[in-house]
Ligand binder design. Structure first.
Ligand code: TRP
Ligand code: ZN
Length: 877
């Protein structure tokens, strides 16, 4: 809680810690409302710190019970304690053991940071600044210590007691109803990686032997009765462990690895050393309750958290400005893992869609910030698409520039040089520079300059000279606090596609061949002349989306149709269709009527009928750009109703022109036999359900009956939910019937009712806002559970553009009210919801004024959390 503006923390103010902690001995006695925490810190003055600095420990809402030095209670005048800090101005020596006892109330902890309860179990979340809500500590990521944790609890209430590292001993406490467990983690770690769990949980066991022969006992802990839902997560974990050995040479380093699934969690999951804690949405799956998308997310997030063991834990961040050092790199690693496990091109397409939808939008609005920010008021607000997704793109570009071997040697050096340390982006880049001899000083700008670079490319063919000239011009639009932008290093993968559909050789004027099809752009303007071309090529630029840029070029619609049919780069085949569609949608939104999209229909038909293409690829290529992507492309004066209408018209045109194709595909893509979550079967379902969507669009009784038939007959959640989502787009009696049937069937399963809530929040019709309000009153909804809030309110604000942006401003008012009432309970979730306003400046004036009014209402409210105050302030700046 705050009374004034939260004060800024700056990267340039970084100072090494004054005191280090060698070991931490914790003794934590769990109790629902008064958990006792005794912490013994072996403190040592840091020779690199300020001389004579006091011991200053962080706290957050703590109750101090007792303070002792070397076993002797410290006199009242010798220290100063508030709920938020503990200071010893005159420490007794340069090394001493401080004993601190605090009391915390896990039941009252609704923020879900620190020690809290979920479904009656105890768990912790410490990243980034939650450990200080458990005990006083130098709660910063560059203080690495070896932790030993004794956990004690009632045997009935918490038969399972888990901590970081390896289990040392455990047993009953004789003569009482309590028991204990001692865990020791030999790897020095920052406090944000601390975790403990206590509760009534069932263990799903597993076993893994590392490449060098270390046996590891695996455990996934779930609520009792849900054991049959953890099989896929366990399988994904084993595959992740093997993959990190093979792809990066990284082995696991403890005797046990545990995962706990909890139902109240602010984010996706957390990589605590040896004890990952997960939002149960990313662990639990059965074919009847989880969709293909859920399975893919589980695989990716299990991998992500496991990969943090090296990128994040063994090598951690010096400070929170370096967050992308672990997050961007680990997202890159999980993307590569999923690409290897599934289809690389389809994974790339999905990742780029997400990047554009979330990160490009962020970069184009008031919340834009560099991959490595230089200032924050609330670090919780920087777990963003920019840090995660753009951070991953920067690592990917590094690999593109250095090549497979250069990248691997840089990573090897990074693991060798910084193991056991808290590192910076400079440290990371220096490893690649040293390992390959590449100068990366210009490349480093990707970390400090915000905004999405634009690249305007113009290709000119000279038939007489047999040359193709590519002129490029790069610029980056201004972003908050950064008006002057410099050119960045853009690795532009490209090909010149000849009339026969094959790539032509890439030979520059000086006779040099272009390495691996990648040219490096470093200046505002550059030209490349390719020679020896006997026919006019079509330029395929930014293949595989080699750089996270907004590219425009002078390709004609016919060129795009040609690329969609022939490009050897699957990403650009996909992108050619999307570019054609975007152009039509932009024009449709501006002019109110849609030109007949012959070129696009042609291109789509060819993709649909190409037997050589992966169904999953077809499903991506034929799914039109979303409303938010179109809005972002339009950029200013956006009218969400016009965007919706244009998209609807184009969908109609597709449905009509490709009706036979979709009907054939719907039949051909039927799967038989038991459900498999694998990429091949999932791809067939995706294409089949996309076809069903288009086939249902006319809304005829037969079409509705087909969707209803699939809804009823489905033997898996993917097909059942796809049919329900399709029916939900049509205002017919069958919709209500299906929604009700679905609810009755899954009423007792929160993860499934979340889908049901989201679906209804996203219906693009005027009645939706009232429906959302009504749904908040149902017993399956709760404002205290982040998954429920995101499923209903989050889906409304970010997944229903026409209704959130209602012309009467009621969508904005509703969100502002929810944010204000949630803020006192869970500021992190509240501030995430509020960032749905991040595109408000792109709106046409009436809506922009209404959105601004709602944002101001939030900003002006008394007693806001730092989290919400920061987002409100920056959104309005
Ligand atoms: N580090 C986590 C990850 O893997 C995310 C995270 C950061 C988090 N802060 C959190 C998770 C708070 C839960 C709660 O990306
Ligand atoms: Zn992460």
């Amino acid at each position: 809680m705050r009374d004034a503006e939260p004060h800024p923390v700056r990267l340039s103010d970084y100072r090494p810690p004054d005191w280090l902690v060698d070991t931490v001995d914790l003794d934590i006695s769990l109790h629902p409302t008064a958990s006792r925490v005794i912490s013994r810190l072996a403190l040592r003055r840091n020779p690199e710190g300020q001389p004579d600095a006091p011991v200053a420990l962080d706290g957050d809402g703590l109750t101090l019970v007792r303070l002792a030095i070397a076993g002797v209670p410290v006199a009242g005048g010798a220290f100063e304690a508030t709920p938020d800090s503990l200071t010893i101005s005159v420490p007794p020596a340069d090394r001493f053991v401080l004993e601190v006892e605090t009391l915390v109330d896990p039941t009252a902890n609704t923020q879900l940071m620190g020690l809290y309860r979920t479904s009656g179990n105890y768990c912790t979340q410490c990243e980034p600044e939650g450990f200080r809500r458990i005990t006083y500590f130098p709660d910063r990521s560059d203080v690495l210590a070896v932790y030993t944790t004794r956990i004690e609890a009632d045997r009935e209430e918490a038969p399972v007691l888990l901590g970081n590292g390896n289990l040392v001993k455990s047993g009953p406490i004789e003569g009482t109803s309590r028991h204990y467990a001692v865990w020791h983690d030999p790897w020095p770690k920052p406090s944000y990686l601390f975790a403990l769990v206590g509760g009534r949980l069932a263990k799903v066991p597993g076993h893994f032997v590392t490449a060098s022969g270390r046996p590891v006992e695996l455990g996934i802990y779930v609520e009792i009765g849900k054991q049959d839902r953890a099989g896929y997560a366990m399988d994904a974990l084993k595959r992740s462990m093997r993959w990190d050995e093979q792809a990066f040479g990284r082995e696991y380093d403890l005797d046990v690895f545990n995962i706990v699934a909890v139902s109240d969690f602010n984010m996706g999951a957390m990589e605590n050393k040896g004890l990952n804690v997960f939002n149960d949405k990313y662990v639990l799956a059965t074919p009847e309750t989880a969709t293909d998308a859920d399975y893919a997310n589980i695989e990716a997030i299990i991998a992500h958290e496991y990969f943090h063991n090296w990128t994040g834990n063994r090598i951690t961040c010096r400070d929170w400005f370096q967050l992308c050092l672990k997050e961007g790199l680990t997202v890159f690693r999980d993307q590569e893992f999923s690409s290897d496990q599934r289809s690389r091109p389809v994974k790339r397409i999905a990742d780029v869609r997400l990047l554009k939808a979330q990160q490009f939008t962020e970069d184009a609005g008031p919340l834009a910030h560099p991959v490595r920010p230089e200032m924050y008021r609330e670090i919780n607000n920087f777990y963003t698409a920019t840090v995660y997704e753009k951070g991953a793109e920067v690592v990917r570009m590094l690999k593109t520039l250095l090549g497979e071997d250069g990248f691997r040697s840089g990573m090897d050096l990074y693991f060798k040089r910084h193991d056991g340390h808290a590192a910076t982006i400079e440290d990371f880049l220096a490893c690649f520079a040293d390992a390959t001899g590449h100068d990366l000083s210009h490349f480093a700008l990707w970390y400090s300059q915000s905004g999405t670079p634009r690249l305007e490319a113009t290709g000119t063919y000279d038939g007489e000279a047999g040359t193709f000239r590519l002129d490029v011009f790069q610029s980056t639009p201004p972003t908050p606090g950064q008006t002057d932008k410099k050119p960045v290093v853009i690795p532009l993968a490209l090909g010149l596609v000849g009339p026969n559909g094959h790539d032509m050789p890439l030979v520059l004027e000086d006779g040099r061949k272009v390495d691996h099809g990648v040219v490096e752009i470093t200046k505002h303007r550059q030209s490349f002349v390719f020679t020896g071309l006997g026919a006019r090529p079509v330029a395929s630029l930014n293949r595989g989306f080699s750089a996270p840029i907004n590219l425009s070029n002078n390709l004609s619609a016919a060129d795009l149709v040609f690329l969609a049919a022939h490009d050897s780069d699957p990403f650009n085949r996909f992108d050619a269709i999307q570019a054609l569609a975007l152009d039509l949608l932009k024009r449709g939104a501006a002019e109110g009527a849609l030109p007949v999209p012959d070129d696009l229909i042609d291109a789509a038909l060819r993709v649909l009928d190409d037997p050589a293409l992966d169904p999953a690829f077809k499903a991506q290529a034929l799914a039109l750009p979303g409303e938010s992507e179109v809005a972002r492309e339009i950029g200013t004066n956006v009218d969400p109703d016009a965007v919706f209408a244009a998209r609807k018209a184009l969908r109609r045109a597709f449905a009509e022109a490709l009706a036979d194709g979709f009907a054939r595909t719907y039949e051909a893509m039927a799967t038989s036999g038991p459900y498999s979550p694998g990429a091949a079967a999932a791809g067939r379902r995706a294409l089949r359900n996309l076809s069903l969507d288009y086939l249902t669009l006319p809304g005829t009784p037969e079409a509705i009956a087909r969707a209803q038939g699939q809804f009823r007959a489905a033997d898996n959640m993917t097909d059942r939910f796809a049919a329900l989502a399709i029916l939900a787009q049509h205002d017919v009696p069958e919709r209500r019937a299906a929604l009700d049937a679905f609810y009755r069937r899954f009423e007792s399963d929160p993860l499934v009712t979340d889908k049901w809530l989201s679906l209804q929040a996203q219906i693009p019709e005027a009645a939706t806002l009232d429906r959302v309000r009504d749904l908040t009153l149902l017993p399956v909804f709760s404002m205290s559970n982040p998954n429920r809030v995101r499923a209903l309110i989050g889906a409304f604000a970010t997944g229903n553009p026409t209704q959130f942006h209602r012309l009467d401003g009621q969508g904005y008012d509703f969100l502002a009210d929810v944010v204000l009432s949630l803020d006192s309970k869970n500021p992190q979730v509240a501030s995430r919801l509020l960032s749905a306003f991040k595109t408000w400046r792109q709106l046409e004036p009436r809506r922009a004024a209404l959105a601004e009014r709602s944002l101001r209402k939030v900003a002006d409210a008394a007693g806001l959390s730092d989290d919400v105050a920061d987002i409100a302030m920056r959104s309005l700046a």
